[in-house]
Design a binder for this molecule. Structure first.
Ligand code: PMP
Length: 399
């Protein structure tokens, strides 16, 4: 009989991660998330949060959460499918659809759960998912939960996508349904999916288009309405626009937006929606308030772009390689993992909090610092960060 130990491998695996420098070291946020924060007891300029519009502390959003919590309680008491579907959840679904100029939305507890719950229901045996190689892990997990076939196309490479689709047409028996899945904004590079071209190819094959706009919402399009609006595409062209309330909206939650059929289909099928508790009423109310803010205070979206442009120009002038960014996510390329880590450590020592990203999240030689700006950073804060980047970059031979 084999000698088995129930849990020894947990510690061994953790030690391996530590040895190979692949473990996460969690930092502790001791203040609200904002342009500056207290992290691990020290005041830092925050340049790696998703709180793009700084709505996490917007008084209207915070008050909405407090008031709804006082009135409706801390929790919804149940899954939405059973007894937890509060009027506030329904209102949030409607308000989001209106904001997105779409027939319907369905909100989830998180964006991860929206992808993981919706995607596997869209395709089954005899169907095909076609996915950009750099898609987010929640899309990858969603695809893995399905019985459908899968194919990958090279990042943003439309010739490769066309080739994959041509190959798919040879499948016998023919695929019943094909879905093309893509991030809208790729979170490691800040570049945009070529959505109009994807739509064109999808149309030629009668395929569905699913876009994850987690980092585009609140940032792209008119008033932050997202990538579908940004490219002026129709709901009959992009069939599922997925998003999150955990980034620019400053709260938490996920959604899918599209047709009434999509909504009705999904809330009857997606297991993460059907079998998990509803978000608290305070969260739903805060998300509604965040939509209100986007509709009535356009300055936040404007400011995040001004800040992004200021920072990007500064990096470029200093000679940093910032990849192909088109959004407030700015990758500062460093080469080897060690350089990215050393630069992040130097920045941290000077009160700048950024995230080093290295293998296996990105290829070995493409380690980088991912910088994310928010609407409330001041020019002085951004300039201080730039100066510190330059010092560190020079010391390490990056520039
Ligand atoms: N998709 C993308 C592209 C993301 O970056 C994230 C968050 N890291 C998610 C989905 C998941 O969103 P949430 O935080 O709402 O679970």
């Amino acid at each position: 009989m084999v000698t088995r130990h129930p849990t020894k491998y947990l510690g061994e695996e953790y030690q391996r991660l530590v040895r190979e420098n692949l473990n996460w070291e969690l930092k502790v946020l001791e203040s609200a998330s904002g342009p500056t924060c207290i992290v691990n007891g020290k005041e830092v300029i925050m340049l790696c949060a998703n709180n793009y519009l700084n709505l996490a502390t917007h008084p209207k959003v915070v008050n909405a959460m407090i008031e709804a919590t006082k009135k409706y309680g801390a929790g919804a008491g149940s899954d939405r499918s059973i007894a937890g579907n509060m009027a506030l959840h329904e209102e949030l679904d409607r308000r989001l659809a209106k904001f997105k100029n779409a027939p319907a939305s369905l909100t989830f507890q998180t964006g991860f759960m929206a992808n993981e719950g919706t995607i596997p229901q869209l395709a089954d045996r005899g169907d095909l998912f076609v996915s950009d190689e750099l898609n987010h892990g929640s899309i990858i997990d969603g695809v893995r939960l399905s019985h459908a076939d899968r194919a990958i196309f090279k990042h943003k490479d439309m010739e490769d996508l066309a080739r994959v689709m041509e190959e798919a047409e040879k499948h016998d028996p023919p695929y019943k349904h094909i879905w093309i899945l893509t991030d809208g904004v790729f979170s490691m590079d800040g570049d945009l999916a070529p959505l109009p071209e994807i739509v064109k190819i999808a149309k030629e094959h009668g395929a569905g288009v699913y876009v994850d706009d987690a980092h585009g919402e609140g940032v792209l399009g008119e008033g932050g309405r997202g990538i579908v609006n940004h490219f002026h595409l129709g709901r009959d062209e992009v069939h599922v626009e997925m998003g999150t309330f955990s980034k620019a909206f400053g709260v938490i939650g996920g959604h899918i937006t599209g047709s009434e059929d999509l909504r009705n289909f999904t809330f009857n099928k997606a297991r993460s929606w059907l079998l998990s508790g509803a978000v608290p009423p305070g969260v739903a109310a805060a998300c509604i308030a965040a939509i209100d803010v986007l509709e009535t205070e356009p300055q936040h979206v404007r400011r995040v772009w001004e800040n992004r442009n200021h920072l990007l120009d500064g990096f470029k002038d200093a000679g940093f390689d910032t990849g192909n960014t088109e959004t407030p996510i700015i990758p500062v390329m460093c080469g080897k993992s060690k350089k990215a880590k050393d630069l992040a450590d130097y920045l941290w020592s000077k009160g700048i909090f950024v995230l080093p990203i290295f293998y296996p999240m990105v290829p070995r030689e493409k380690a980088r610092i991912r910088v994310q700006v928010c609407a409330k950073h001041t020019v002085e804060q951004l300039d201080k960060a730039l100066e510190t980047f330059k010092e560190g970059g020079r010391n390490l031979g990056i520039i």
